[in-house]
Design a protein around this ligand. Structure first.
Ligand code: EPS
Length: 374
């Protein structure tokens, strides 16, 4: 499979072309729209989400809500474009307005302006913005529908927000049924503390990050390969998760904590019952030797605090070369809940890609038959 996205945060919209989805997959647009709504959710989001009410528009590759095997093109239109077309229109606009030269530490502004030779960091930040993830979520949800046909399901939750951390362990079913709507956390007391922290950050003109946990149930063993480094499942998932805006760390299973344990406490002993192999622990996060081992996949991703701070950090004005305070663009205080939704979609794409690669097939029926035979 191949996924390409295009679009600027305040341009006409966000677009995706998804190639390699087999023919015969039934799509439910309301499920894609629900995922887009989840991407807009979470306590602490900024004013933009009050303007947008993201919906997918399927443009090609689908007939009567069933995939044709051809590239699927889709759009998520920006309502806010109406307010920005004077400074963003591809056909011609006034570039002198809404320039951003007081580059924000942590954002793509400075490195991007230097790399692309831009006088106005808007030429870069519009694309670097996390609004791009609307296209990735829409495409990722098509991949999720494909995975669901093989009974492979993906879920996740917000494990920590700032210094508030929920250390408890949850089963896949608990996460699916128990994720709280306000922040996508599992524990009520932790969520209350996180809301208070967001309030505090908002008052201070500051921002917050957090950690999300992702789970995959139903993936059979043998996906990914140790034969070449680029085929390793953990490497591919890590790259996909790391590509989501503001993600600074990815863990698989026990992740960093395994480095502190002795080998006897870091691996998952193997048992068999009536010819079926199983483990009683899952520290490997379902991946050994770069291959799925049939256990649940477990990943964690750390999102840094959003780099647009209302209180502004020290920086330099690109236009004058003088010290300045970074531009306080409208922004979110915290978007970890949205990040979790995006990460699920990004994970769905990479898993669908790995599946399609190993199983081939022009039609969904062929893919399903091959999967069942494994
Ligand atoms: C986003 C929309 C953006 C930001 C956010 C993500 O809206 P606006 O810039 O119009 O307020 O809220 O972008 C960033 C965090 C960023 O760093 O650019 C969205 O829909 O996800």
């Amino acid at each position: 499979m191949k996924l390409t996205t295009a679009g600027e945060s305040h341009g006409k919209g966000l677009f995706a072309i998804l190639e390699g989805v087999p023919a015969g997959l039934k799509l439910d647009v309301s499920l894609i729209d629900a995922a887009l709504a989840r991407r807009q959710s979470g306590y602490g989001r900024g004013g933009r989400q009050k303007i947008e009410s993201d919906r997918v528009e399927l443009l090609s590759g689908v007939r009567d809500l069933v995939t044709l095997g051809s590239p699927i093109a889709l759009a998520v239109w920006n309502r806010d474009y109406e307010n920005w077309k004077e400074v963003m229109a591809p056909e011609g606009c006034d570039r002198s307005q809404r320039q951003l030269t007081k580059v924000r530490p942590g954002h793509a502004d400075l490195a991007g302006a230097l790399k692309f030779g831009a006088q106005d960091a808007r030429d870069v930040l519009e694309r670097a913005s996390a609004r791009e993830t609307a296209a990735r979520v829409a495409a990722g949800e098509i991949c999720r529908a494909f995975l669901n046909e093989m009974n492979i399901t993906v879920t996740g939750y917000v494990r920590s927000l700032g210094r508030v951390c929920d250390e408890k362990q949850y089963s896949f079913a608990q996460i699916e049924g128990g994720r709280r709507p306000l922040l996508g956390m599992m524990d009520g007391a932790a969520e209350e503390a996180a809301v208070a922290l967001i309030e505090e950050a908002k008052r201070e003109g500051d921002t917050l990050g957090g950690v999300t946990e992702l789970r995959v149930k139903g993936l059979k063993s043998g996906f990914g390969s140790p034969m070449t480094y680029a085929e390793k499942l953990d490497a591919r998932v890590a790259a996909a998760l790391m590509s989501v805006q503001a993600v600074k760390g990815v863990e698989v299973g026990g992740g960093f904590s395994l480095a502190q344990a002795k080998g006897s406490a870091a691996h998952d002993e193997i048992f068999a019952e009536e010819g079926n192999f199983f483990r009683r622990t899952n520290r490997a996060g379902g991946i050994e030797g770069g291959m799925s081992n049939g256990e649940e996949l477990v990943f964690r991703a750390a999102m840094k605090p959003i780099p647009t701070l209302m209180k502004g950090l020290k920086t330099v004005d690109l236009a004058t070369g003088l010290p300045a305070v970074a531009a306080p663009e409208r922004s979110d205080v915290c978007a970890v809940t949205a990040c979790e939704a995006v990460l699920e979609s990004a994970l769905c794409f990479v898993l669908a890609d790995v599946l399609a690669e190993r199983l081939g097939g022009d039609t969904l029926a062929q893919v399903k038959e091959r999967y069942e035979r494994l």
